[in-house]
Ligand binder design. Structure first.
Ligand code: TRP
Length: 330
């Protein structure tokens, strides 16, 4: 058991796919086995663009059910809704006062929105609300509130974790040592997980395999993976094959070596390789999928897990916030 505190937030914005599973969800569940982990569903961070409360609530349940179904260790891991901790927006308000506006101007996500507007001939701030603009401050509040040491995030979130460090530093300089400085840990690029067409698996390319697709849908998707036109007898290159690249993330080392051999030797058609892949993914994910479906049909059980998590998170949040209050307001 490491004594490092791990924290991460997951935005409840849509149904996760196999790329999210391999790149983020599976490593997080693993990490929860050996670290005290705060893991929350970042519903407040979704508010700057999601306007449908019922949908937000549903996506929140989905993320919670997925994590529990994948085996998140609920003894070490504190799983909760971001919005259940009132100290998050409170701390965010406090941090506003030590955060330079210029820092927010440099945020990648805000700059991307401005660039898009400029390219479209619109006012640079068109469609930009203050939730988007101050997003990194809210995220700093999440990170600093729970005394996090390690923040595992995708590469696109690295700057936000660095901002949290910067903001903690500004605060500590003015008010004395109050916050621990967190470290970002950048997960393996989920870009290594190819989608059906061989490009990175991404919702924006429409090439995803949903994490908990039923067996029939999973099979249909796998059979649709694009391959080259090599005949069954011909030797095939596993390293450029989407089928093999996906298989590597689900099979044991011996199974991987075996399939590699079959690719290289020739004599196996792509149809057969796809069946092997489908059966492997299905066997790894069928038990979690059944548990996921059970939980989604029992949202009261999910509410209980999330409420328990919030109660545990609140203990730490109250202590940190009390420290901030004392430092700032006496
Ligand atoms: N902004 C993150 C994302 O878009 C989600 C998030 C919110 C988060 N608060 C966090 C991640 C704190 C790590 C730590 O994915």
């Amino acid at each position: 058991m490491s004594d490092k505190i791990v924290l991460t937030g997951i935005k409840p914005t849509g149904t996760p796919h196999l790329g999210n599973y391999v790149g983020a969800l599976k490593p997080l569940v693993e990490m929860s086995k050996s670290n005290k982990t705060f893991m929350f569903i970042a519903d407040l961070h979704a508010l700057n663009f999601m306007r449908d409360a019922a949908q937000l609530r549903q996506h929140t349940y989905e993320i919670a059910a997925i994590l529990v179904a994948l085996g998140l260790d609920l003894k070490n891991a504190v799983l909760f809704r971001q919005s259940d901790i009132v100290q998050v927006p409170q701390l965010s308000t406090m941090l506003m006062n030590v955060t330079p506006k210029g820092l927010m101007n440099r945020a990648h996500s805000y700059k991307a929105a401005m660039d898009k507007n400029t390219a479209a001939g619109l006012d640079t701030d068109a469609g930009v609300n203050m939730g988007l603009y101050t997003y990194p401050i809210l995220m700093a509040a999440d990170i600093l509130l729970y005394n996090s040491d390690i923040v595992p995030v995708g590469a696109d979130q690295k700057q936000h974790v660095e901002f949290a460090r910067d903001i903690a530093g500004y605060f500590n300089n003015i008010y004395g040592e109050t916050f621990k400085l967190p470290e970002p840990v950048i997960g393996e690029d989920s870009g290594i997980i190819p989608g059906l067409d061989g490009r990175k698996m991404s919702k924006s390319y429409g090439n995803v395999i949903p994490l908990f697709a039923g067996a029939a849908e999973l099979k249909k998707k796998v059979m649709r993976i694009i391959t080259d036109s090599k005949l069954p007898d011909e030797p095939k290159d596993p390293d450029t094959s989407t089928i093999f690249q996906l298989y590597k993330n689900f099979a044991t080392p011996a199974e991987i070596a075996d399939l590699r051999q079959k690719f290289v030797a020739g004599g196996m058609g792509y149809g057969t390789a796809k069946t092997i892949l489908f059966e492997k993914i299905d066997s790894v994910l069928s038990a979690p999928r059944a548990e996921y479906e059970r939980l989604m049909a029992n949202t009261a059980e999910l509410d209980k897990i999330l409420d328990d998590g919030a109660a545990r998170a609140r203990v730490v949040a109250e202590q940190t916030y009390a420290r901030v209050r004392r430092a700032m307001l006496g």
